[in-house]
Design a protein around this ligand. Structure first.
Ligand code: MTE
Length: 320
């Protein structure tokens, strides 16, 4: 792989939203000026000193980061899927204001040497929080670019010591009807609660997999899955289970919420695949939130180099 190891990225590499945008403006201006200079319109000697950083705090991109323009904090926190708070994209922001992400306990069970109840702090203790600017492709054919902060899932897995029999890991969201309005319904339930998800262990230990704890340098907003949420950027967004309270290691491939609801539409793997359409719509293109024209969807959401080898020899039409 051409990428650095995760441990090479400093936790201090956190760039607030204004710096993301001003960095882009700086790069645009600098490139424009350099372009003019190269064309001979102004002499190189007259070119402003673009090499001297006007933004001492701007950080360089990490090896896993996309250079694409990040969506605004407002987009990322007001256009959400979190059905526990309602099915409209604006419901999670409106209905999650009183959600309590602290204190938080995660129960670890199943085939591992370190089962038990972990506080949020204990679970991530000793693991460096990193910046990751990832694309997110929702199965509904929209996408965003999100600057997350979080801990590599591989490090959490290592800490919990799955046994050699463990092949998969399952995650569950909090079940708490007092905090989640949709979990209070007895009729016309939108999903069976709690929301749950699963990964193969090699997927969970892939360097791209993250437990997000923040975005844009702020603690993870409630509507984005505070305090702890899964990020697997090569998979459709629904794999990114929010508000995780349970981690279970198993030797059997677990179901996930959407697969359980509609097995003909959603599978276990949910790898982004422009060639395998959803039964009700095409997956060939996507709409980046904030953009007008659609763009082509990339295999594995553009992360083939990091993940494709995990699926070698598999029929990705059957294993969708
Ligand atoms: N996790 C829980 N617990 N409940 C949900 O409804 N929705 C999923 C995923 N995680 C969901 C969830 C879906 S469909 C998507 S696309 C992403 O969260 C959306 O994440 P975002 O709101 O941060 O963009």
């Amino acid at each position: 792989m051409l990428i650095q190891r995760a441990s090479d990225i400093a936790s201090s590499e956190i760039t607030p939203e204004d710096l993301y945008h001003s960095r882009r403006e700086f790069i645009k201006t600098a490139s424009a000026l350099l372009g003019i200079a190269a064309a001979g319109t102004i002499a190189p000697g007259c070119t402003p000193n673009v090499g001297a950083s006007p933004e001492p705090q701007a950080k360089k991109l990490g090896p896993y980061d996309t250079a694409e323009k990040a969506n605004s904090f407002d987009d990322i926190t007001h256009y959400n899927n979190y059905y526990e708070f309602g099915v409209d994209k604006s419901d999670p922001e409106k209905n999650s204001k009183k959600f309590q992400p602290k204190p938080w306990t995660v129960k670890v069970e199943g085939m591992c040497n370190k089962p038990g109840s972990y506080s949020f702090d204990d679970l991530i203790k000793g693991i460096t929080v990193e910046d990751r600017i990832y694309r997110m492709r929702c199965v509904e054919a929209w996408s965003m670019v999100i600057p997350w902060q979080g801990v590599p899932l591989a490090d959490v897995m290592k800490k919990l010591e799955p046994t050699s029999s463990a092949k998969y890991v399952e995650f569950k969201t909090l079940l708490d009807p007092n905090q989640y309005p949709e979990q209070r319904r007895s009729l016309f339930k939108v999903l069976d609660w709690p929301y749950f998800e699963g990964l193969r262990l090699d997927e969970a230990t892939n360097p791209l997999a993250l437990f997000a704890t923040g975005l844009y340098g702020k603690p993870l907003p409630n509507q984005n899955g505070a305090p702890l949420r899964l990020i697997t950027p090569w998979k459709y967004g629904f794999k990114g289970i929010k508000a995780i309270v349970n981690i279970r290691f198993t030797d059997k491939q677990p179901l996930n919420t959407w697969q359980q609801q509609a097995p003909n539409e959603y599978g276990f793997y949910a790898n982004v695949n422009p060639k395998v359409d959803h039964p009700r719509w095409s997956q060939a293109q996507e709409r980046r939130i904030g953009e007008f024209f659609k763009r082509p969807t990339l295999p594995f959401n553009g992360y083939s180099e990091q993940v494709a080898r995990m699926y070698e020899g598999m029929d990705l039409r059957k294993n969708f």
